[in-house]
Design a protein around this ligand. Structure first.
Ligand code: GLU
Length: 327
C-alpha cells in the first residue's frame, strides 16, 4: 500500500512537471510560415529557400519555421498572400505596382490595399529565348510562330504581352500563344513543340540553362526599340541578359532587353514580429545572404529598398529605422 502511494506521488509530480514543461512549450509555440515562390528552375524558388534559411537558423530565438512552396509565380503569390493561403510571396515589382493600384489582373478587383512590402531582391530581365532554326532574329520575327508567353498567374505573361505589343504584335492574333508554366518551356523548345518562349527571371536560372544546353541550338532575342514602352510604364527599366551565365547559347555578347525587380511581400495582417525577424535576419547577415545565389551579387542594402510600391510593413519599417536605413 505504502509502495503504491509512493509510486502514485512520483507519477503525480511527474505529471505536474510535464504539465509545466508543456506550458513552457505553449508559450514558445512555433509559428509556421509559408513563402510562395515560382517554378523550381527559376530564381524565386531558391530565393524563398535563402530567406527561409536565414530565419530558420534562429529558430530557438524567433520560434519561426519557414517553408517554401513552388507556385505559378507573381500574380498567384500576391493573390495567395492576400487571401491568407500564403504568408509571404515573391513577386515582380511591376506586379506589385499593378496590384496596389488595381491594374492588369486586378482591374476588376480594384486596388489591393492589404498588400505590404518587405524589401526588393534581384533584378529580373524579360528573357526571350528562340531556337536558332526558327528564323527569329528580332521580336517582330515572332509573327506566326508558336511562343510560350507564360501561364496565367505568372509575372512574365503581362511582360510578354507588353513586349509584343510594343513591337506591333497582338498576342491573340499575330502569334500562336502558349500559356504553360516556365519550367515546362525549355523542354517544349528542345522538342520542337514551340519556337520561342518568354521568361522574366533573374540570372543565372536553371530554366534558361536547361533551354540553352540542349541539342537544339538556341539564342536570346534582343528586345530593343523600348522608348515608347519605357515612357508608358513607370515600372520598366532597361536591362540585359549576362551571356557569361549561358555559354551554350549562340549569342556572343550580353543581350539588351527590359526588366523589373523581384520583391518580397506579405499582407497587412502578418504580425509585426514575424516580419521584423525575417528582415532582421536577411539584413543583419547580408553578406551571408548574398552568397546564397549568384543573382544577388549586385545587391546592396540600399538597393533592396527600391522598386517597392505597396507600403512597407510596420515590422520591416521598424528594422529599417533601427539600423538607420530609413528615417
Ligand atoms: N518572374 C517570374 C514570375 O513572376 C518568376 C521567376 C522566378 O521564379 O524566378 O512569375
Amino acid at each position: 500500500m505504502r509502495r503504491l502511494f509512493v509510486i502514485t506521488m512520483v507519477l503525480l509530480f511527474g505529471l505536474a512537471f510535464v504539465g509545466l514543461g508543456g506550458q513552457g512549450i505553449v508559450q514558445a509555440r512555433t509559428t509556421f510560415i509559408t513563402i510562395g515562390t515560382g517554378g523550381i528552375t527559376g530564381v524565386y524558388y531558391p530565393t524563398g529557400g535563402a530567406i527561409a534559411k536565414m530565419v530558420n537558423k534562429k529558430r530557438s530565438i524567433y520560434h519561426i519555421r519557414a517553408t517554401v512552396e513552388s507556385t505559378g509565380g507573381s500574380v498567384f503569390n500576391i493573390n495567395a498572400v492576400l487571401s491568407g493561403d500564403l504568408d509571404f510571396g515573391i513577386c515582380q515589382s511591376d506586379r506589385q505596382y499593378q496590384a496596389w493600384h488595381g491594374l492588369a489582373e486586378w482591374k476588376n478587383k480594384g486596388p489591393q490595399k492589404d498588400l505590404r512590402a518587405l524589401f526588393s531582391i534581384h533584378p529580373e530581365s524579360v528573357t526571350l529565348v528562340a531556337a536558332d532554326d526558327a528564323g527569329i532574329k528580332t521580336i517582330q520575327d515572332l509573327r506566326g510562330k508558336r511562343v510560350n508567353i507564360g501561364n496565367p498567374g505568372s509575372g512574365q505573361r503581362q511582360n510578354s504581352i507588353d513586349a509584343l505589343s510594343n513591337a506591333g504584335l497582338d498576342y491573340r492574333k499575330d502569334i500562336i500563344a502558349e500559356g504553360v508554366k516556365a519550367p515546362e518551356a525549355p523542354g517544349l523548345l528542345q522538342d520542337g513543340r514551340i519556337d520561342a518562349f518568354f521568361y522574366t527571371v533573374g540570372h543565372p536560372s536553371g530554366a534558361i540553362k536547361e533551354a540553352t544546353a540542349g541539342k537544339r541550338k538556341v539564342h536570346f532575342v534582343p528586345i530593343t526599340g523600348l522608348d515608347r514602352l519605357l515612357a508608358k510604364y513607370p515600372y520598366y527599366a532597361r536591362a540585359y541578359i549576362p551571356i557569361k551565365f549561358y555559354p551554350s547559347a549562340t549569342n556572343k555578347k550580353d543581350v539588351p532587353t527590359f526588366g523589373v525587380k523581384a520583391t518580397f511581400v506579405t499582407s497587412a495582417k502578418t504580425p509585426d514580429k514575424v516580419v521584423y525577424a525575417i528582415v532582421k535576419e536577411v539584413f543583419d547577415n547580408f553578406e551571408a545572404f548574398k552568397k546564397l545565389h549568384p543573382a544577388y551579387s549586385v545587391l546592396t542594402k540600399k538597393s533592396m529598398l527600391e522598386g517597392l510600391t505597396a507600403p512597407l510593413h510596420p515590422g520591416a519599417l521598424k528594422y529599417f529605422r533601427e539600423v538607420g536605413l530609413l528615417k
